[in-house]
Design a protein around this ligand. Sequence first.
Ligand code: SAM
Ligand code: SF4
Ligand code: FES
Length: 345
Amino acid sequence: MNKYIEKAERTHKLTEDELVSLLQDPSSSGELAISADRVRAKYVGSGIHLRGLIEFSNICRQNCLYCGLRRDNPKIERYRLSEAEILELAKKAKSYGYKTVVLQSGEDIYFSVKVLTNLLYKIKEMDLAITLSLGERSLDEYRAFKQAGADRYLLRIETTDKNLYEQLDPGMSFKNRKSCLWNLKELGYEVGTGCLIGLPGQTLHSLAQDILFFQQLDADMIGIGPLIPNMDTPLAFAAKGDFDLTKKMVSLLRLLLPEANIPATTAMETLKADARVIILQAGANVVMPNVTEGDYRRKYALYPGKICVADTPAQCRCCIGGKIKSIGRYVAQDKGFRSHISTRS
Ligand code: SAM
Ligand code: SF4
Ligand code: FES
């Protein structure tokens, strides 16, 4: 076995240079996946957690250069779901057997503390775990959402290269992004973060630093995905993120953060058919099937080629269930909070 993979599996630690050496070695991918799959089985088991994704607004005050929801994109057809529509989708998510709903949107300030906390109380009555992914808010807002029942929060750091971050997310500050993550930790959320793979100017050292940052934060969830260039954004002609590099990143994340919940993300499947099944066998243990209905799926257009745009939530549930069974795994029946095996033993 490659000596760094053996070390990572045994100690769950690698230096930045060791990570880079594995990321740049074209022959390490298969061995990394096998090792990560062993660590996944040992720390988080064979159950796969399904989180029902509700894309409730594509209105955004930010202007990230890669994202179709950016405020300066005039081509996107904007929408915002009503409280009743969101509650209906949450109810349906529950009926498909999902134990968690992920409420995701652009940075849409219509969803004030008052509007959102009302909604959270009602969803909580359905006995669902709630993950929020609404972008940057103040400490007080995060506190109010937590008190109203939010359990988890997803906020990708996108890249730990400060200059690159501030160039690609104009008007946003890297310092604030990091303090949001620490604030969420402090408030007792399960914190999810992650990065984009293949940003123009991103280096392997920067990706290695991303992994070390997730370790330092002790992230409970890490969602990564390849950049998929969107023709209606300034990054229209950037190269796509590389699938094999994304897969290696997932395996390294599992080796270095063995207890984390790691999803096989939708963007990966835009790059490669059956990507989620491949990634679930390379360290991942979570899938986030879309429960947004009808034309809203298409309108939540972060990038082109999004999968499942023409499918219904019921079709997605059935499809993903079949894929999970085909690889000898099963759909977990609990809410899927982060495991704490190492601190228990
Ligand atoms: N607005 C919130 C935020 O930025 O944290 C949550 C929604 S945002 C659409 C969710 C994620 O989409 C971002 O963190 C980003 O990594 C990803 N994303 C945006 N544009 C993308 C693209 N062109 N290709 C792949 N992922 C993209
Ligand atoms: Fe808005 Fe999030 Fe897209 Fe940035 S990534 S433009 S914050 S939706
Ligand atoms: Fe949507 Fe396969 S997960 S159709």
